[in-house]
Design a protein around this ligand. Structure first.
Ligand code: FAD
Length: 377
């Protein structure tokens, strides 16, 4: 039994309801509200706080390592791959400008790719290194990648080759999401936690959103920004979940590692974090097993991560593991960029951000806000 005040200020009809308070969902709400300052906008989040990949990731502010970009070019064609790099680069700049570097804990430490001795991948990348820089010239106006093997030993790595990209960096993902939440709420968007959406009916007057518990929510239109969890709501979606596992060491005395690092086409990634090593990846070692929305880590992947610590990142040094966690990404099953499309007249899906979502969340969100805002009924 709601009072008139609850009905008018805390429930009733919303102009836009966004499902999912990740980077995509929150920026969608923000863009929409800025374009429609009178609109009532609500974000529905199943967790006690944002609980998806946006708060589980490694905090790389990146747009792709050389081997990953070359693979993308081979698989998608050069034009499509370059377009994605440009989206990511512009997204990073926009993210930094919108939330401010201090607000996201941005560190301009650069991005690296590490290669071991006799790695066939190194030969393949080295052969096309100059061509890659030339292809990227149209976006950056200068060479992006350079070889930086002289920095391997000072950073304590056991590796043979290191490429360096000064344009990438690291963020504090928790700080980023807190700053984004504050901005979104400060600009008049309501955020409701512990509010899992169970489904919806799209009718002529708008959308009736069924909640897993409690009263339904009515909204004129809806954006579904549930990324890796999308299939629970849209079973026919071409977005498959992909779990990523991470570990964090305890403080390693005298750690000289500084920057963000990729290895093997981005399938492994590591960085410094307050004197510790944060390391993740290895999904390619068990793709079937990691196609899941389940929380958790597995010995197979965690052992591979620890092996990398022992042999390449902290060779000959003692370390202990302080924490392990996992998060769920959303990947298009046939590859390609994120999807932003109507599921029905008043419902838009914005998902499939893959492994480099920090950079593009803000732009995918703009597309979603514009698409859903283009309906006038
Ligand atoms: C381990 C790991 C490391 C990564 N590292 C990086 C990195 O270093 N750099 C980078 O650029 N990208 C990285 N990524 C990818 C990046 O984090 C994602 O692409 C990005 O965060 C996706 O944002 P999103 O808002 O679309 O999805 P999410 O952040 O997953 O948000 C979806 C939200 O929807 C909510 N939700 C789901 N179902 C429901 C429901 N039924 N009702 C209500 N709410 C619901 C979830 O709780 C969640 O909060 C990483 C991802 C992982 C998992």
């Amino acid at each position: 039994m709601f009072s008139i005040w609850e009905r008018t200020s805390f429930s009733g009809n919303y102009d836009l309801a966004v499902v999912g308070a990740g980077i995509t969902g929150l920026f969608t709400a923000l863009h929409y509200r800025r374009a429609h300052p009178q609109a009532r906008v609500l974000v529905l989040e199943r967790g006690p706080h944002p609980s998806g990949a946006s708060v589980k990731n490694a905090g790389f502010a990146c747009f792709g390592s050389p081997s990953e970009l070359l693979r993308n070019m081979d698989e998608e064609g050069e034009a499509a791959a370059l377009q994605r790099v440009e989206q990511r680069w512009r997204g990073l700049l926009e993210l930094r400008e919108t939330l401010g570097d201090p607000g996201i804990g941005f560190e301009p430490v650069g991005g690296h790719e590490v290669f071991g001795a006799d790695e066939p991948l190194y030969t393949r990348v080295a052969e096309r290194f100059d061509a890659l820089n030339a292809a990227l010239h149209g976006i950056f106006g200068k060479p992006v990648f350079s070889w930086s093997d002289d920095r391997i030993s000072p950073m304590g790595l056991r590796a043979a080759h290191l490429s360096f990209n000064p344009l990438e960096g690291a963020v504090d993902s928790g700080m980023l999401m807190r700053t984004l939440l504050r901005k979104v709420q400060g600009e008049g968007v309501d955020v409701r936690y512990k509010a899992p959406v169970a489904g919806w009916e799209d009718g002529p007057g708008g959308v009736n959103i069924r909640m897993a518990e409690g009263e339904a929510v009515q909204a004129r239109c809806v954006v579904v920004a549930t990324n890796g969890y999308t299939r629970a709501l849209v079973p026919a979606s071409d977005i498959a979940p992909g779990r990523g596992q991470v570990l964090l060491t305890s403080v390693v005395p005298g750690l000289q590692l500084n920057g963000t690092f990729h290895k093997e086409e981005g399938y492994f990634y590591f960085r410094h974090y307050h004197g510790r090593v944060l390391l993740g990846g290895g999904r390619h070692l068990d793709k079937a097993g990691e196609t899941t929305t389940g929380d958790g880590t597995t010995p197979r992947i965690q052992n591979a991560l620890e092996e990398l610590l022992r042999t390449m990142i902290l060779p000959g040094r003692a370390f202990t593991i302080e924490q392990r966690w996992s998060g769920v990404m959303g990947f298009r099953t046939q590859g390609g960029p994120p999807v932003v499309k109507h599921l029905s007249p008043h419902v838009v899906l914005a998902a499939g951000l893959g492994g480099i979502g920090v950079a593009i969340g803000i732009r995918v969100a703009r597309q979603a806000a514009e698409l859903v805002g283009s309906r006038t009924d």
